[in-house]
Design a protein around this ligand. Sequence first.
Ligand code: PEP
Length: 256
Amino acid sequence: MQRIPMIAGNWKMNTTLSEALKLVKEMLPGLEKLEGMEKVLCPPFVSLAAMQNLLRGTSLKLGAQNLYYAEKGAYTGEISAPMLAELCDYVIVGHSERRHIFGETDSMVNKKVQAALKVHLLPIICVGEKLEENEAGRTREVVTGQLKAALDGVSEAGELVIAYEPVWAIGTGKAATGRQANETVALIRSTILGLYGEKTAHNVRILYGGSVTPANILEYMKQPQIDGALVGGASIKAIDFFSIVSQTAEMGKKCE
Ligand code: PEP
């Protein structure tokens, strides 16, 4: 089986409903034609339902940016996995902005992963080290620690997606080199191999994220272990996102 490359756009806390619809209408005609890969848009919660209507029957998929792990109840302001499962296919879990601005712990990330999988919502699990951890040579330890914690008690991992996002590269313009990213993605795949065996390690898609742009996307896609990208800033610029996705599609990467 081949892994299908994926480019996912994390719009973060950008775009009102009308702005989101305008942006997606601008992107859709170009993106719709690109084949051989998965294209995922992750807008703010408030735009998911309207975007679902707009994207129905197209080749674009939707993802949410976060969820809460309880199924329902007195959790004012939170959004549960069953709510999202009616709206989208994917959900980003453990993004570094959630971990570091909102204090999300490894244990919360794990509960969110389990809650998503329970309703067949596919998590895009983000892991990555901070600058000081990188400089202290702790990347391997931090990344494998976050990954193992996120997957604790998860029995099947072949369908979920992992994004290696070094915190120092997110929104900073200081992207990892292709070689650096590939090395850590290879480490993630070998950790999955140890946890779940060869078939799962082969099937699981692992993305790179951190200041991906039209100028550097191919540097990542050329790496043997990298299956795609989670794109922040460049995903809300229609021209840039189209360029990232179209370069990926044109490359026609077969991830085997
Ligand atoms: C992200 O938010 O996941 C991200 C990678 O952001 P940026 O591309 O802006 O660095």
